[in-house]
Write a protein that binds this ligand. Sequence first.
Ligand code: SAM
Length: 264
Amino acid sequence: MISISRNITSEYVIQFGKIIKLNSIFAIEVLHMRTTHANVWKHKPFEKNSFVSNEVHLSLPFLKKGKTKRVLDVACGNGLGVSLPLLREGYNVYSFDKWKASINALNKNAQKERFKTRARVSNMYKKFPYKNAFFDSTFCFQAIYHGSLSQIEFAFKEIKRVTKKGGYFFCTIIPYYIKRDKETFFFNYTRDNGRIGRIYVKVDKNDPFLCYNLAKNCEYLVPHYYFTKNKLRSTLKKYFKEIDIRKVARNDKCISIWFVRCRI
Ligand SMILES: C[S@@+](CC[C@H](N)C(=O)[O-])C[C@H]1O[C@@H](n2cnc3c(N)ncnc32)[C@H](O)[C@@H]1O
């Protein structure tokens, strides 16, 4: 989720959680590569970096209890977070992502383990390319919040449409951990030296929960929608039932994520 480079005048850049000295040619090349999802999947398809989720194991005990066969991974990235672990469990996994680079990375990772993929390019904020009730369960990890509330609700509606009644929907969502310092807004992260750093964000003028990253090489201006637990529950309640939300810690002690399990 956090992958930062400081601007070119800084002595060091932080990229994929590592501090790199700027006087190396590699670091300068890295600075030319903007840290977008598409760039990361294109240049480092096999990497388990901060864009790759770690929480899918929390859903497996629930799937096993049901008659799950066919599952959907929305916004799959390089697949190492959700699609691959589900393929290893023997499920028929369908995946999609907005970027061709993600699908290529997923296919490369799947080929290594000789898995067949059913992956395509698609936008989760537009009608999903599947029939009603096609999936037994659906996943969307570390991604659904890259839009406005109405876009997120559109994706929820689509997830409800393509998933069978009684099936599960699992997702991870970022909690509202935005802080304010006078006129600026930011969230904290832990630097490699253990000190706390700040990522500044711009708050949307119409919705205080919608923010855009201001770190130049960290998902620059990509929308991130931050949910409080109450708001998350009330939004999910419009579309799903049996909602369970729990906070899961991440490697960085400043960062956590809501793990959501609910039913159609
Ligand atoms: C942080 S990565 C998460 C990847 C994977 N779900 C995981 O948890 O390991 C976010 C992914 O969301 C995808 N994404 C962002 N906006 C999207 C959209 N509107 N439709 C589909 N995918 C999108 C990005 O391309 C990226 O691969």
